[in-house]
Design a binder for this molecule. Structure first.
Ligand code: SF4
Ligand SMILES: [Zn+2]
Ligand SMILES: [Zn+2]
Length: 317
């Protein structure tokens, strides 16, 4: 797992405080000591938060998977004085989901932080792999749809109107490249680290780590004694988003700073998008929906259709 720690000869100096450095930020052409790196990290989160129309006392719910990004985000927003609470969604993916819950529980208990825990099986009657087996759709696409809707629903039910997610610079730059390559203009319009709420049952979404690379977040975790889940989701292999991130890493290795420039030149001159809200209430669950049925109820309806076509009824309402 990459981080940004490096060895330096005697006499080398931190660019900021002139002490001995421990860290090399190639994309910034900078070397830093640990304490200046933490200053750099918090400044990056603070700069991101300044772009978002959120007051310091507005509570923020943080979607926590147990991975390095969400735990680092939670720790950093707390350090900066925001009022936070974690929310974890158990996907029901065997040992991976069990370890995710244990990791979040330990992180929160060690720091006396408040969090809620929900499960896909309790909300929909099936675990994520059970849904995938019964629909045959790509599991990550089902997962994205379900996570998005359930976390929105639980956030608003808990009275939160701001939901923070741990997407980092690598995630956002990879997504931007994918959207540009495929000319997905509707997604490009929404590619911004803050999306305002467009419905009373949808929280605003923010991505305060969009200025930080994955390896910088890993380094912050080490320095802050954060122990994230190292196990990968068994379904993560082969995701196309990874391929775009790898393409950018190739360019980054040849020309440090490229990935950062690529994302910032797209985002930093833009304002939060003005999103249309053309929702109706889903006929089944009542959540905001673009059509008669919301995307989650459509997945469940497809399951029911397959079950009936196979001559049995197994979809629990
Ligand atoms: S890899 Fe796919 S299935 Fe696993 S958590 Fe991520 S989106 Fe969900
Ligand atoms: Zn320093
Ligand atoms: Zn619905």
């Amino acid at each position: 797992m990459k981080d940004v720690f490096a060895e330096f000869p005697a006499g080398a100096k931190c660019t900021r405080c002139r002490q001995h450095p421990n860290i090399r930020l190639t994309s910034h052409h900078t070397i830093l000591c640990c304490s200046c790196f933490l200053h750099y990290f918090r400044t990056a989160v603070r700069r991101a938060m300044k772009k978002f129309p959120i007051e310091r006392d507005q509570p923020i719910l943080i979607a926590v998977s147990g991975g390095k990004d969400s735990l680092a985000l939670w720790a950093a927003l707390n350090e900066l004085g925001y009022v936070t609470k974690g929310i974890h969604l158990d996907l029901g993916i065997g040992d991976f989901s069990k370890s995710s819950i244990d990791t979040v529980e330990k992180f929160a208990a060690d720091r006396n932080l408040n969090w809620s825990h929900y499960s896909v099986a309790a909300a929909l009657g099936f675990t994520l792999p059970e849904i995938q087996q019964r629909t045959r759709r790509a599991i990550c696409s089902i997962c994205g749809t379900i996570k998005r809707q359930l976390i929105n629903r639980f956030s608003v039910n808990e009275g939160f109107h701001n939901l923070a997610m741990g997407h980092n610079l690598d995630d956002e730059a990879g997504r931007l490249l994918g959207n540009l390559v495929r000319h997905r203009t509707q997604y490009l319009d929404r590619q911004y680290p803050y999306l305002p709420s467009t419905h009373a049952r949808l929280p605003a979404k923010l991505k305060p780590l969009y200025r930080l690379e994955a390896k910088e977040i890993r380094t912050y975790c080490k320095l802050m004694h954060i122990l994230p889940l190292e196990m990968e989701c068994p379904f993560s292999k082969g995701a196309t988003s990874r391929t775009f991130q790898e393409a950018l890493s190739f360019l980054e290795d040849k020309m440090p700073g490229t990935k950062r420039d690529f994302l910032y030149t797209f985002i930093d001159r833009r304002k939060p998008p003005q999103l249309e809200s053309a929702f109706q209430a889903c006929r089944v669950c009542g959540e905001p929906s673009y059509g008669e049925y919301c995307s989650v109820c459509n997945i469940l309806r497809r399951m029911r259709g397959r079950a009936e076509a196979n001559g049995y009824h197994e979809v629990r309402e």
